[in-house]
Design a protein around this ligand. Structure first.
Ligand code: HEC
Length: 262
């Protein structure tokens, strides 16, 4: 029995993300994992950290800023991962606000991080740095709605009497990234989308939009209202990026437009 349990424990350890284990042991006492961006902004920009009383920037902040500010985010991913890893290793040994990637309003709330020199092995540094690198991307994936292909979306929208929303996006488009991490991951937005929409995402730098649609800028959101009994569709396009309240309003208006069509 003991041997079986021991074996299971070892397995669990093997499958746990090693970087996450290191982070929880050595960083979590100061760096919280996740706080929504909107709340972070309020805490740091308006309230000097008196709302959340954080001890350090959160992991979702760090992950985003590191990837944006260190090395070449548009270059080769392995190369970029190494650049970030080198920065993190250097920062853990020799922290110095002059090197910092965080915005000023955030940094002003903290003293410089204590050096962790000698407290992590090289492997642990590498693992924790990879964990930092992947955290934000994984988080957005996990919290965002599931995207469908347009063909599937059309079938589903007809069968379930829903609206298709197509997000026209492009890599490295600042406002697409902003919406993806600040708005589309919000519970209220995800719930509203899940309830009445089937969502498609098209990277317009790689492929073209269905139905001959064109986007003059990214992001652009297209709402497609399929007709149950024919191949006809009505479309409406909303270019630009929006905050949560405005985007929820746009979704509400799409619902009103659908109802008035019947
Ligand atoms: C005792 C608290 C504490 C612990 C433990 C700690 N940090 Fe920090 N860390 C801070 C504070 C405070 C800041 C913000 C001030 C600064 O940038 O030095 C910070 C900033 C950082 C930065 C950002 C530097 C920048 O460019 O702004 C990184 C990266 C970082 N920490 C990684 C880690 C990792 C990885 C661990 C665990 C191995 C860790 N920290 C453990 C307090 C801590």
């Amino acid at each position: 029995m003991k041997i079986v349990l021991w074996g299971l424990l070892c397995l669990a350890y093997l499958f746990a993300d090693e970087g996450e284990v290191v982070f929880e042991k050595k960083c979590l006492s100061c760096h919280k994992k996740f706080v929504p961006v909107e709340i972070l902004m309020k805490n740091f920009k308006e309230m000097n950290n008196t709302m959340l009383h954080l001890k350090a920037p959160t992991l979702n902040q760090l992950s985003f800023r590191l990837k944006q500010r260190i090395g070449d985010p548009r270059g080769d991913e392995d190369m970029h991962r190494m650049e970030v890893s080198a920065f993190v290793a250097d920062y853990l040994n020799y922290p110095d606000k002059q090197k910092s990637v965080c915005i000023r309003a955030v940094l002003e709330s903290f003293d410089v991080m204590p050096s962790m020199k000698g407290k992590l092995t090289t492997e642990e540094m590498e693992a924790v740095s990879n964990y930092l690198y992947d955290f934000e991307t994984k988080l957005i994936k996990k919290k965002s709605i599931k995207y469908e292909s347009f063909e599937n979306a059309l079938k589903k929208a007809k069968a379930e009497d829903k609206i298709i929303m197509i997000k026209a996006t492009a890599p490295h488009c600042h406002y697409c990234i902003k919406m993806a991490r600040e708005v589309l991951v919000e519970d209220e937005v995800r719930q509203a989308l899940q309830k009445d929409f089937i969502v498609v995402s098209v990277d317009v730098s790689k492929g073209s939009l269905p139905l001959g649609l064109t986007a003059s800028m990214t992001p652009t959101f297209f709402f497609i209202f399929p007709d149950k009994n024919s191949d006809k569709v009505k479309t409406k396009s909303i270019p630009g990026a929006w905050n949560k309240e405005d985007f929820l309003e746009i979704l509400k208006e799409a619902n009103i437009a659908k109802r008035s069509q019947k």
